[in-house]
Design a protein around this ligand. Structure first.
Ligand SMILES: NC(=O)c1ccc[n+]([C@@H]2O[C@H](COP(=O)([O-])OP(=O)(O)OC[C@H]3O[C@@H](n4cnc5c(N)ncnc54)[C@H](O)[C@@H]3O)[C@@H](O)[C@H]2O)c1
Length: 440
């Protein structure tokens, strides 16, 4: 099938690579020329394990092309996926300007019938609103004879595991309002029908709601264990053991029960806010989600406060990990950067920052010449002469630090293990002061 994907970010790119791998003729469109140039040369503009080899396979097969030519891209696909960003607007709602810009492009350039599929995370009602919007533009432009169907196909992949998740999803959700859209989408995902995967065919509204409900539930689960962790600290309990025991209960499951410095990333923060905003608009207030948003903000602040309180005179600190989670270069809403920013604002810290993949993105956000920041190239470089080590992102390479050896390189033996990747006793044995999350 001829498929166009609009937006080649973490979702659009991985989806485009996947569709090409399944034998479709895929054109990926982006407005960022630099990204497209790199992709045309077989260079992946984001760090996503496994993506580069799929990119090379796609380019070599001749079934995968990258372009900034909107007209060509729109006219190519009989099915057009929209996978552009839906960031948080100032009032907390989802900003749909990129989605509508893509919809305008489709209406302007389409010359035959199209099925448009929204893969971006968008508030309930967006698919139907987009369909009406494109229909109106077509009618105004004298294209009454063209058919347009807009469907919803939310994406559930996780950054850092995106390729695996795309090819082995827990479920595929198809929100359709026409037979034509349903048939095209089932044909595209036929590989999953053969693999007996769960394919949920429903209305666009339900599909859109499934995505927000899933993300809000996961954010709530994280926030729940974070608040339990805070109580554990106060009463001298160990949240790791609490979570492990809770997780043995099949009704609870151990996933997303890891206490830490708050959730971050490009999805949970904005999606919880957008869901709360939708609840408010429809008079069905999402009071629990509203509280989760507040509690998460507090959790990030609490993590930084631990350091601020311990060092009233300031200090030189190593920060290991800047991405919002391991195995990605994405720093959007990263708790690590919240901690960094709070410490910088305090004006009394020198920060030696290191991340295996996210340094470049962090430099463009914080500024390469930012005073009080020393950009480092390795863990050993970062910890040199510091008063404490902060570990906000649990990259695997940070999981086997030899504290006995490190002791000789640091100035102060203090570890802030925000993700609880070490045993308190083991670190203390090496002469370090230990601060975890929820380890009382
Ligand atoms: N990142 C994730 O893990 C993830 C997971 C599931 C769902 N989502 C959702 O998927 C959507 C995309 O997220 P992302 O992380 O891939 O975003 P992203 O910011 O990485 O990528 C979006 C891309 O769209 C491009 N773009 C914007 N407007 C365009 C236009 N009019 N025409 C062509 N290209 C355009 C941008 O240049 C950018 O490259 C969001 O709604 C997000 O909530 C993301």
């Amino acid at each position: 099938m001829k498929i166009t994907v609009i937006g080649t970010g973490y979702v659009g790119l991985i989806a485009g690579l996947g569709f090409a791998k399944w034998g479709n003729e895929v054109v990926c469109l982006d407005i960022t020329e630099e990204k497209i140039k790199l992709l045309q040369q077989g260079i992946c503009p984001i760090y996503e394990p496994g993506a580069t080899s799929h990119l090379h396979d796609g380019l070599e097969s001749g079934r995968l092309r990258f372009t900034t030519d909107t007209k060509q891209a729109v006219q190519h696909g009989e099915v057009i996926f929209i996978a552009v960003g839906t960031p948080e607007a100032q009032d907390g709602s989802a900003d749909l300007k990129y989605v509508y810009s893509a919809a305008n492009d489709i209406a302007n350039y389409m010359e035959d019938d199209k099925v448009v599929v929204d893969k971006s995370t968008v508030p309930v009602g967006t698919a139907r609103a987009l369909q009406a919007h494109i229909r109106r533009l077509l009618d105004v432009n004298g294209k009454q004879n063209l058919n347009i169907d807009v469907a919803s196909n939310p994406e559930f992949l996780r950054e850092g595991k995106a390729v695996g998740d795309f090819h082995n999803p827990d479920r595929i959700v198809l929100g359709v309002s026409s037979q034509r859209a349903q048939e095209k989408l089932l044909a595209i995902y036929s590989v999953f029908i053969r693999a007996n995967k769960s394919i949920i065919v429903t209305t666009p509204e339900t599909a859109e709601m499934i995505k927000y409900a899933s993300n809000a539930f996961l954010a709530t689960k994280i926030t729940f264990i974070n608040e339990i962790a805070n109580l554990c600290e106060a009463v001298g309990a160990d949240v790791q053991q609490v979570a492990a025991a809770m997780g043995k209960d099949g009704r609870i499951s151990p996933k997303f029960l890891h206490a830490g410095p708050g959730y971050g990333g490009s999805c949970f923060p904005k999606d919880t806010k957008a869901l709360a905003d939708t609840g408010m608009k429809y008079g069905a207030h999402q009071t629990l989600v509203e509280q989760v948003i507040r509690a998460n903000k507090e959790q990030k602040k609490r993590a930084a406060d631990k350091v601020l309180t311990r060092f009233p005179q300031g200090a030189t600190l190593a920060v290991l990990g800047l991405a919002f989670k391991p195995e990605t270069d994405d720093i959007r809403e990263s708790p690590a950067l919240d901690i960094v920013t709070t410490l910088l604002e305090a004006g009394r810290f020198i920060l030696r920052l290191y991340d295996p993949k996210a340094i470049k993105n962090a430099q463009s956000l914080l500024g390469i010449d930012c005073p009080n920041i020393i950009w480092c190239t390795s863990t050993t470089d970062a910890i040199e002469g510091t008063d404490a080590i902060l570990l906000p992102t649990e990259w695997p390479e940070f999981s086997s630090l030899d504290f006995k050896k490190l002791g000789g390189r640091v100035h102060g033996k203090i570890l802030y293990d925000f993700r609880n990747i070490y045993q308190k006793a083991q670190v203390e044995q090496a002469g370090f002061e230990y601060y975890g999350t929820g380890i009382g």
